[in-house]
Write a protein that binds this ligand. Structure first.
Ligand SMILES: Cc1cc2nc3c(=O)[nH]c(=O)nc-3n(C[C@H](O)[C@H](O)[C@H](O)COP(=O)(O)OP(=O)(O)OC[C@H]3O[C@@H](n4cnc5c(N)ncnc54)[C@H](O)[C@@H]3O)c2cc1C
Length: 249
């Protein structure tokens, strides 16, 4: 799939959590965004005079089936130029120019013998939402999926209701959460396991040694990814070819 430039229109904006918003972009008529679950686009945002300083990448947060109106899940970073645009300026009706799709952070064609471990923090959950929804919509056979998500507070658990529904409906799907700053955690407030701390403890406890058939996908900022890759390679003896990551910055 070669990338090209599109002019899309913001058609819906919703808060997803404190400092995280969902944006839906309407594609031009008869020109949907053909992408694979997990891929991203690069937007040319009105935030700088110099072209290259205007470009920011965002993973598509919905499945390829939503190619006429892809969804994006965007966090506000303190002092960030694109953050200021998305949280202070962007309105429904505005045009967003972007190129895409791009990236190799996609699932293998054959999943029936795979145990997928998805590790992410914050909006790093976006490509995994796209992949999981794609697996569900197309009823792709898989062995198991474990989504491990980290954020600071319980209010930051993105798409919480969707994961709760999937825990009821989707066989062999697990959702585990690490909250780094929540002071008091009560198990009865959650229908999934929640830990105080960081994502790393969750996968290391669950899988002390990597197993054949396990694929580890990691998405987020560099500190988390660096630590995860080191843990997987050194402590869990995972095969390098089974570790896939998407670095946000
Ligand atoms: C392939 C790809 C996909 C992406 N997908 C998404 C997505 O789906 N959703 C999303 O919200 N973002 C995503 N990003 C990140 C996004 O492209 C921007 O980098 C982000 O929105 C910040 O841009 P900004 O202009 O607001 O900040 P900038 O002005 O570019 O950066 C400045 C701010 O970022 C902060 N910052 C820099 N590095 C880090 C770090 N490691 N951790 C925390 N803060 C840091 C700095 O403190 C500074 O305040 C993706 C990035 C890539 C490369």
């Amino acid at each position: 799939m070669a990338w090209k430039w599109y002019d899309s229109t913001i058609v819906r904006i919703e808060d997803c959590a404190p400092d995280v918003r969902r944006f839906w972009l309407q594609m031009p008529v008869d020109d949907p965004l053909e992408f694979k679950a997990g891929q991203f686009v690069t937007m040319d945002l009105p935030i700088h005079e110099k072209r290259l300083k205007r470009w920011r990448s965002y993973s598509v947060a919905g499945p390829p089936g939503e190619k006429e109106m892809p969804e994006f899940c965007i966090a506000r970073l303190e002092g960030g130029a694109a953050s200021a645009y998305f949280f202070e300026t962007a309105q429904v009706g505005e045009t967003i120019r972007f190129k895409g799709p791009d990236g190799n952070f996609v699932l293998p064609d054959e999943l029936s013998d795979r145990d997928l471990v998805f590790i992410c923090t914050g909006t790093g959950i976006a490509p995994f939402r796209s992949m999981i929804q794609d697996i569900r919509r197309r009823q792709l056979p898989y062995r198991s999926i474990h989504l491990i998500f980290g954020t600071r507070y319980a209010a930051g658990i993105l798409y919480r209701h969707e994961w709760e529904a999937l825990l009821r409906d989707m066989p062999d799907f697990q959702f585990s959460v690490a909250l780094s700053r929540e002071s008091e955690l009560r198990a009865e407030d959650f229908s999934f396991p929640v830990y105080k701390g960081y994502v790393h403890q969750i996968y290391m406890d669950a899988y002390p040694k990597a197993q054949p058939g396990q694929d580890f996908y990691i998405c987020g900022w560099s500190n988390m990814i660096d630590d995860a890759v080191e843990n997987l390679l050194v402590k869990m003896a995972a095969d390098k070819s089974r570790i896939h990551y998407e670095l946000y910055g």
